[in-house]
Design a protein around this ligand. Structure first.
Ligand code: DGT
Length: 220
């Protein structure tokens, strides 16, 4: 592969799930393990691309900005996948796969991305898959119900997300379910472990224990 990292590849785990499912909380929990390199989602980069808040623009006018936003998400996710680390384990919040398989897919379903623009994203995605090492070893799916994440999203009150509806979260939930739970949509880049992420913060730590062993002490 043309852009294969020379350094030994870390065991790579990606955390997936609907908006507001608790990916950040899971990542913060894993920050205490010193053999794990934790990479949070590059949302601050999306909020400031040469002073342009692409996330804000997206939700202001989703039809106009979907292609621009997803192009930048794809680039920043590629940067996360290829970021070198001396840690034996890398834990990423989301991936280039969920950007394509969940978010771009939803935009395509809703006719928000013209077919020609979707083709460009796909060509780029395909080229990356064939030429760059974006291997994932394990997926942790934080499974929730749309009503629960909707409540959490309202509570956190992120200014850009004011226009996100329960219907949107329901549709995004279904895509995550079909991809990661029913395994009927797209290919899976790795095995999936499913956690009940509807549990609140006081109960979720026990749920985390179910996957810790699969993540820690791993190497490729
Ligand atoms: P958490 O910790 O589970 O609450 O995680 P969130 O909700 O902060 O993170 P995420 O990735 O579910 O959502 C980030 C925001 O960006 C959300 O408003 C959805 C929006 N978005 C639109 N397209 C994409 C995409 O391709 N990838 C990601 N990650 N977010 C996208």
């Amino acid at each position: 592969m043309a852009f294969l990292n020379k350094q030994k590849r870390p065991f790579t785990v990606v955390v997936e799930g609907n908006i507001g499912c608790g990916k950040t909380t899971f990542l913060n929990h894993c920050n205490k393990f010193n053999n794990v390199c934790v990479l949070a989602e590059p949302i601050e980069m999306w909020r400031n691309c040469n002073n342009h808040n692409l996330l804000g623009l997206l939700y202001q006018d989703i039809k106009k900005w979907s292609f621009t936003f997803q192009s930048y998400v794809q680039l920043t996710m590629l940067q996360q996948h290829t970021k070198q680390t001396s840690c034996p384990i890398k834990l990423m919040e989301r991936s280039i796969y969920s950007a394509r398989y969940c978010f771009v897919e939803k935009m395509k379903q809703d006719g928000l991305i013209p077919q020609a623009s979707a083709a460009v994203i796909d060509k780029h995605f395909q080229w990356i898959r064939e030429n760059v090492d974006i291997t994932v070893d394990l997926i942790v799916y934080l499974r929730t119900t749309p009503e629960v994440v909707y409540e959490r999203m309202l509570k956190r009150n992120r200014s850009e997300e004011k226009s996100v509806s329960l219907e949107y979260l329901q549709a995004l939930h279904q895509i995550h379910e079909d991809w990661l739970y029913h395994k009927s949509l797209f290919d899976l880049p790795a095995n999936v472990l499913v956690l009940n992420a509807n549990l609140d913060k006081s109960a979720i730590c026990e749920e985390y224990l179910k996957v810790e062993g699969h993540i820690l002490n791993k190497s490729v």
